[in-house]
Design a protein around this ligand. Structure first.
Ligand code: UD1
Length: 377
């Protein structure tokens, strides 16, 4: 069995650790991790800490992974675990067994995990078993829906973490209610918004070219990938039909996630000319399209946040959200599977003038700096 861990050892003089800076190890694996880790990696580098980047390989297609490293200016991973796809148990187990030796070899002072994907919970479990200090970035979010795989990942990761960095105060409240000690919780703001703020000007430069390429002027933007929406025909096909109907009013650009394309390639092709299916987009291109869309229809978590910041109306095809602040402070409307509500929200977005609300507190582009400062302290 692996030796119990070095963080508990008394023989490492704290003074020495302070002088050399901290050794932080970041674990990323799936597309939504990359934009969260990028600003933290940058802020930690600026604070003079030594860093290792581990990519589990949960997402491996160039369009789901490599293009984000390039656009977000993240260095190539120091370690790639190449786990690929599989059932949840297979994927989680593969990450755990491949991550453990890396952790034993690299011996970081802290591991940072991001968001709520399988890579997050798998790395968190390995850290907990070895007694490695664990920080969770984007802690405390809850949909209160345990049929959602990400909710399980969030609950478990937060129970195991030593430092919990929350994006909004509802996260703090959820954690305290679950018995997490207040001194472990740090309200730092939203690191996704750090990345958005940094890259929006660059994204804007791409927009004219992109618009030409897609041959659109006014348009809506669609993304769908949640298993609860796309895995079963009884649910997905009526959804596609309504989208096809709406696309006769306003062209809808739909970058299709591999999960969705694999199941519904033929049906997607037959959905009518207004629904423009394209390959997954890079970070900058997608951000530019969000900024200028008349409306976004999605089941993503991060997109609810980005549209809130941008002031773009967002119609979320889910019954619940772990990001309620996007409703109270933002542009998000939960639609569930109420197609009348979707139509109403859609036409209201087309008719309405956009009011720019102030972004939620601490969504200011400086969340990662606050994380680095907390860790340095
Ligand atoms: C994962 C996350 C989800 C996140 C989403 C963003 C979990 C439980 N889910 O869902 O929270 O919102 O990423 O994209 O971690 N595939 C490819 N190429 C790839 C990656 C996946 O073709 O690079 C296909 C495979 O068939 C795979 C399927 O997509 O089985 C699903 O991938 P997986 O990583 O299991 O979950 P996502 O649906 O992407």
């Amino acid at each position: 069995m692996a030796a119990l861990y070095w963080n508990q050892r008394q023989d490492k003089p704290q003074e020495e650790e302070r002088k050399r800076g901290m050794k932080a190890l970041h674990v990323v694996g799936a597309r939504p991790n990359f934009m969260k880790a990028a600003p933290v990696y940058r802020a930690m580098a600026q604070a003079g800490h030594e860093q290792t980047l581990v990519h589990t390989g949960q997402h491996y297609d160039a369009l789901m992974s490599d293009v984000f490293f390039e656009a977000l200016e993240i260095p190539a991973p120091d370690e790639s675990l190449n786990v690929g796809s599989g059932s949840h148990a297979q994927q989680t187990a593969a990450i755990m067994s491949r991550f453990e030796p890396v952790l034993l070899k690299r011996r970081p002072d802290i591991v940072l995990v991001y968001g709520d994907v399988n890579s997050t919970v798998a790395a968190a479990l390995v850290c907990a078993k070895l007694g490695v200090r664990l920080g969770h970035v984007e802690a405390g979010l809850r949909s209160f829906d345990r049929t959602m795989p990400e909710e399980i990942n969030r609950l478990v990761t937060d129970q195991l973490a030593d430092m919990l960095f929350t994006p909004s105060s509802d996260g703090d409240e959820n954690l305290v209610r679950e018995g997490v000690a207040r001194e472990k919780i740090f309200l730092v703001g939203n690191v996704m918004i750090d990345t958005l703020v940094r890259f929006l000007p660059k994204a804007e430069q791409l927009f004219p070219e992109l618009k030409k390429k897609l041959s659109v002027d006014r348009y809506g933007l669609v993304t769908l990938h949640r298993p609860s929406n796309v895995d079963e025909g009884a649910i997905f096909l009526p959804m596609l039909e309504v989208l096809s109907e709406l696309s006769r009013e306003l062209p809808l650009v739909f970058p299709v996630h591999p999960r969705t394309r694999q199941r519904w390639a033929a049906e997607l092709e037959g959905a009518g000319p207004g629904l423009q299916m394209i390959e997954p987009l890079g970070y900058l291109e997608f951000l530019a399209l969000q900024q200028h869309a008349s409306v976004v229809i999605t089941d993503s978590g991060g997109i609810q946040e980005e549209t809130t910041y941008l002031g773009t109306p967002c119609l979320t095809l889910r019954e619940n959200t772990e990001r309620p602040i996007t409703i109270t402070h933002g542009t998000n409307l939960l639609i569930g599977r109420d197609w009348e509500k979707l139509r109403r929200g859609f036409y209201a977005a087309l008719d309405g003038s956009r009011e720019r609300k102030a972004p939620p507190p601490l969504w200011d582009g400086k969340a990662a700096e606050r994380i680095a400062a907390t860790l340095t302290k």
